[in-house]
Write a protein that binds this ligand. Structure first.
Ligand code: HEM
Length: 125
């Protein structure tokens, strides 16, 4: 059965691409995030597009290329403190505004990202 999903409802690949670009534009300038991200975010953004496509119900592009997401394990090399979690979410919050994702999708997306970001924390301040 074909079911409705957030990915299709917000405009599919075009919207995910805009959202991820708006997000990493901010990550690359955020003083709390710069120290743990690569200087060139091209490849990071490309993988995040694959991931968020499937995260929001689109085709399983991330699994096809990268295998099981194992997001917490993939983040373990990077010290993710509560401050960095908040910074990540602030960049995403602003990106969701920039791309003008409408309700109820905006809140649903942010809530899922917020829960996943909490799960990614691995280091005290
Ligand atoms: C990769 C930081 C939360 C999805 C990364 C990388 C860093 C990072 C430093 C490596 C970038 C690179 O080397 O290219 C953070 C921080 C977070 C956070 C500080 C704050 C909580 C999240 C969340 C998601 C996510 C909530 C998903 C909803 C990804 C993906 C990758 C990634 C898909 C690429 C993994 C791969 O190599 O295949 N993140 N992240 N991250 N992050 Fe996060």
């Amino acid at each position: 059965v074909q079911r409705a999903n957030i990915y299709d409802d917000i405009g599919g690949a075009e919207t995910i691409n805009k959202l991820v670009d708006a997000f990493y534009k901010r990550v690359g300038k955020h003083p709390d995030l710069i120290p743990i991200f690569p200087e060139d975010l091209t490849e990071t953004a490309r993988k995040q597009k694959l991931f968020l496509t499937q995260f929001f119900g689109g085709p399983n592009l991330y699994v096809q290329e990268r295998g099981h997401p194992m997001m917490r394990a993939r983040h373990s090399p990077f010290p993710i403190t509560p401050t960095r979690r908040d910074a990540w979410l602030a960049c995403m919050d602003a990106a969701l505004d920039e791309v003008e994702i409408e309700e109820p999708y905006r809140s649903a997306m942010f809530e899922r990202l917020r829960m996943t970001a909490n799960h990614m924390m691995n280091t005290p301040e």
